[in-house]
Design a protein around this ligand. Structure first.
Ligand SMILES: Cc1ncc(COP(=O)(O)O)c(C=O)c1O
Length: 425
C-alpha cells in the first residue's frame, strides 16, 4: 500500500481536480502469504476479500484532512478519508474523539516523561470497536439493511449489539462458547440474537461469513469488511492532531485479529501521503504469551501459523489472525517490534492504569502498557521517547482484576474509626 499511496499522492493538481471526498480510488489486497495486488476497481478488490485484506486508497492531498480546530464531530471529522458518500450521518451514537491522556502519575510510575495513553475505553461501549461499528452501521443504514452480523471474541459483539439497537437494526452475533458472561449479558440486554459456536472464535468467524452470505445480512466482520480498517485508522489521525500535528516516536498496540494495529499504520501512512507527516512512528505490537502466532511468525520470518489460545485476555485470544500478514508488514515498515506479555503482566498493567492514571482497562485493553514494559526492558524503547500506548477496552465490561490495592475497612459511623482506618491511631 505504501507504493500505492505514493502514486496517489504524486498525482498532480490536474489529476486531483476531480477528487471526491470520501471516495476510494482503488484498493490493495494483502494476501495471507504477504503478497499484494493492486486494483483500480473496488468491486474487483472486494471479490477477493475472502482471500486477503482489502485496503482502500484515496486521491491523497492536504485537502482531505480537516482544518486544525477540532469540532464535536468525533470520528466523522475525517470523513473525506473514509469510504462515505455525501449526506448527513444517520448513525446515532457518538464515536471517536477519545482523549489522549497525559497522566503525571503514570509517567512517574513508568519513568517516562513523554508517555501518553490513547484512551479508547471512552467509546459508547468502552472499546475501540465502536469506531468500526459506527462506519459499518452507517453503511448498513444507507443501504437499507435490516440485519447486521459479525463474529467476535466479545467486544465487537457488544459494540454491534448496542450500535444496532441504537440504529434500529437487528444484530445476529457469533461468539466462541467460552465468551465472557458479562459481555454476553450486554449483547442480550441490547436485544441481539447470539449464537455460541462450539468450535471457537476462528470457526465462528468463517461460519458467520457463510451465514451472512446465505441469509443476506450486512457483514461487519473485522478483517473482511474494509470499513473496519478505515474507521479504526482514525485513531492515528486523532493521535497526530492531539500531539499538535506531530507523529510520536512509538505507538504500542495490542494484536488480536490485527486490524487495530494495521489500521494505526494505515492512518499514519495516509498522513504521510497527504503531506501532513514525514515518517511513521515505530509500531510495537503486543500479543499474549498464551496466544502469540504473530510474534512467532515475526521471529521465524515465515507466514502466521495458527495456535490454540490460552490467555485471560479474550480480546486478543485470536489463534488464526486474519490480518497477520499486514501486521507483519506494518511492524517491519515502521521499524517496530512484536512482543509478548504474560497474563500476570496484563493484570499488573490493569492495576497500574487504574491506580496511576484512573483508566479502567480489561486485560487486552492493558496489554499495550504491559508490552511497553517488555519493550523498555529489551531496549526497544528509550524512556525519553514520545510514546503512545493504546488502552483498547474497559474493565467495566470485563472485570478481571489483579490483587486489589485499595483498602476496605468496615466501621461504625464514627470519626475515630475513620482516623484509625487512615492510620491516625
Ligand atoms: C480490548 C481489545 N483490545 C484489542 C483487541 C485486538 O484488536 P484487533 O482484533 O483489531 O487486533 C481487541 C479485539 O477484540 C479487544 O477487544
Amino acid at each position: 500500500m505504501a507504493g500505492a499511496d505514493a502514486a496517489d499522492a504524486a498525482a498532480g493538481p490536474a489529476e486531483r481536480k476531480g477528487v471526491i471526498m470520501g471516495t476510494p480510488t482503488g484498493a490493495t489486497v494483502v494476501y495471507a502469504d504477504g503478497t499484494e495486488e493492486r486494483f483500480t476497481d473496488l468491486a474487483g478488490a472486494l471479490a477477493r476479500a475472502s482471500d486477503g485484506r482489502v485496503e482502500y486508497h484515496y486521491a491523497y492531498g492536504p485537502d482531505l484532512l480537516p482544518p486544525p480546530a477540532p469540532d464535536a464531530a468525533g470520528m466523522w471529522r475525517y470523513r473525506a478519508l473514509l469510504p462515505l458518500d455525501e449526506g448527513p450521518i444517520r448513525y446515532p451514537l457518538p464515536v471517536g474523539g477519545t482523549p489522549l491522556v497525559a497522566s503525571p502519575g503514570l509517567r512517574r510510575r513508568v519513568g517516562m516523561p513523554d508517555l501518553w495513553v490513547k484512551d479508547e475505553t471512552r467509546g459508547p461501549t468502552g472499546s475501540n470497536k465502536d469506531r468500526a461499528t459506527a462506519l459499518v452501521l452507517e453503511h448498513a443504514l444507507r443501504a437499507g439493511a435490516e440485519t447486521v452480523s459479525c463474529a467476535s471474541t466479545g467486544n465487537v459483539a457488544v459494540s454491534l449489539a448496542v450500535g444496532a439497537a441504537a440504529a434500529g437494526l437487528r444484530a445476529v452475533i457469533f461468539v466462541p462458547e467460552q465468551v465472557a458472561e458479562s459481555k454476553l449479558a450486554l449483547m442480550r440486554l441490547a436485544g441481539a440474537t447470539v449464537l455460541k459456536v462450539r468450535e471457537g472464535y476462528d470457526a465462528a468467524m468463517r461460519f458467520s461469513r457463510q451465514a451472512a452470505a446465505t441469509f443476506g445480512w450486512f457483514d461487519r466482520n473485522t478483517g473482511y469488511n474494509p470499513a473496519t480498517l478505515e474507521a479504526k485508522k482514525t485513531v492515528a489521525f486523532e493521535i497526530w492532531e492531539q500531539l499538535g500535528r506531530e507523529v510520536p516516536d512509538v505507538v504500542v498496540s495490542p494484536i488480536g485479529d490485527g486490524v487495530t494495529l494495521s489500521a494505526l499504520a494505515k492512518g499514519f501512512r495516509e498522513l504521510i501521503a497527504c503531506g501532513a507527516a514525514a515518517r511513521l512512528p515505530r509500531i510495537i505490537g503486543v500479543q499474549a504469551e498464551g496466544c502469540q502466532p504473530v510474534k512467532r511468525a515475526w521471529e521465524r520470518g515465515g507466514p502466521v501459523e495458527p495456535v490454540t489460545p490460552n490467555t485471560i485476555a479474550d480480546g486478543i485470544a485470536v489463534g488464526d489472525p486474519l490480518s497477520g500478514a499486514p501486521v507483519l508488514r506494518d511492524v517491519r515498515e515502521s521499524g517496530g517490534e512484536v512482543v509478548a506479555v504474560s497474563d500476570d503482566a496484563m493484570l499488573q498493567a490493569i492495576g497500574t492504569l487504574a491506580a496511576a492514571a484512573g483508566i479502567l482497562a480489561e486485560p487486552a485493553g492493558a496489554a499495550a502498557l504491559a508490552g511497553l514494559e517488555v519493550a523498555l526492558e529489551a531496549g526497544l524503547v528509550r524512556r525519553d521517547e514520545r510514546v503512545v500506548v493504546l488502552a483498547t477496552g474497559t474493565a467495566l465490561k470485563n472485570p478481571i482484576f489483579p490483587p486489589l490495592a485499595g483498602a476496605v475497612h468496615t466501621v461504625h459511623a464514627d470519626l475515630d474509626a475513620v482516623r484509625r482506618a487512615l492510620g491516625g491511631g
